[in-house]
Design a protein around this ligand. Structure first.
Ligand SMILES: [Zn+2]
Length: 329
């Protein structure tokens, strides 16, 4: 089965599998949907299938020269174009058009992946229209872009649009866990919810170091028996990092809120079936319901302060001193 390793996106995958099985591919596809829901993953999988010389049950064999070259990133008949800086520029489209003048080198088909076409301005978009309308033979164009009217109409109307949607949260959490096996169930579910069912966005939190910082803060709750001076020092050091998290600060606060809510739920015996992660169990032992509820209020207060553009450093300090049970300075 084609795309068997991909979770979710049943509608998109059915459309594409049908086209692959019948051998009747459109000449240009537009994978349209929010960031981080698998558009590029599906496009790369599709290219792998089409460039394999000996596919097995619709899957790339992984051993033929086509597969080996594709995997190593050196297949001459696969082109990948991403925004150069903020946008795909007209020069990039010109280069592409030049390349398309030649027949594919090794396979019967050249595949061109153009990512984030919503970044194309009209000039670059117009330059692409002719190619989209009538690509030279033996070329397949796959465009990806965020939908919601962001992509030039003239591009949309010349492609077969394949819609991609946010994933159900349990599925998104499963994908996050597959990629980050060290995450516990509660953590991956929290991330899936934060990213509105777009696992790629959730994993980007990790790339920004947000998840790592979150885990360090939570791990440091385990050292609260240390002397107050040490606790204060630790809280202030983490506060500096927290303040530097930029756009990551709000998602991080949301994760912390979920952490304390889970500890409250653990008091009520909820989640016992699934097993309470050790750090949540520690939090349950350390703080009673009243104090956990106060921690959540502190997080609410920090969020409100940030929304009012209060000093991020100060907000982070006050928050972490409170979370680490340090008396106010
Ligand atoms: Zn192969």
């Amino acid at each position: 089965m084609a795309f068997s390793s991909i979770l979710g996106q049943a509608k998109a995958l059915t459309l594409l599998s049908r086209a692959l099985a019948s051998g009747r591919l459109a000449h240009a596809y537009l994978f349209s949907g929010p960031d981080g829901v698998g558009k590029t993953t599906v496009a790369l999988d599709m290219a792998a299938m089409l460039l394999c010389r000996r596919p097995e049950e619709g899957r790339p064999c992984g051993r033929c020269p086509g597969c080996l070259k594709y995997r190593s990133g050196n297949h001459p008949d696969f082109m990948r174009i991403r925004p150069d800086g903020a946008a795909i520029k007209i020069d990039q489209v010109r280069e592409l058009k030049k390349a398309l003048n030649f027949a594919p080198f090794e396979s019967g088909l050249r595949i061109v992946l153009l990512e984030e076409v919503q970044t194309m301005r009209r000039e670059a978009g117009n330059s692409l229209l002719k190619v989209l309308e009538e690509p030279p033979p033996d070329n397949l164009l796959i465009l990806t872009g965020t939908g919601a009217g962001a992509i030039l109409d003239t591009i949309v109307s010349r492609c077969q649009v394949i819609p991609f949607a946010p994933l159900p949260l349990d599925l998104a959490a499963e994908i996050i866990r597959q990629r980050r096996p060290e995450l516990d169930t509660a953590g991956s579910e929290a991330l899936a919810a934060l990213a509105d069912g777009c696992p790629g966005q959730a994993l980007a939190f990790e790339a920004d170091g947000i998840l790592l910082l979150y885990r360090r803060i939570v791990a440091a709750f385990g050292t609260l028996q240390d002397k107050p001076a040490i606790r204060t020092e630790r809280a202030l050091a983490l506060a500096v990092e927290l303040a530097e998290a930029k756009e990551g600060l709000e998602p991080l606060l949301a994760l912390l809120r979920i952490f304390f809510k889970n500890a409250m739920a653990a008091h009520a015996g909820y989640a016992s079936g699934r097993g309470v992660p050790p750090e949540v169990e520690q939090a349950r032992e350390r703080w009673n319901l009243t104090r956990l509820s106060a921690k959540i209020k502190t997080i609410d207060f920090a969020e409100q302060a940030l929304a009012r553009n209060c000093n991020r450093g100060l907000v982070s300090e006050v928050l972490l001193l409170d979370l680490f049970d340090c008396s106010p300075l």
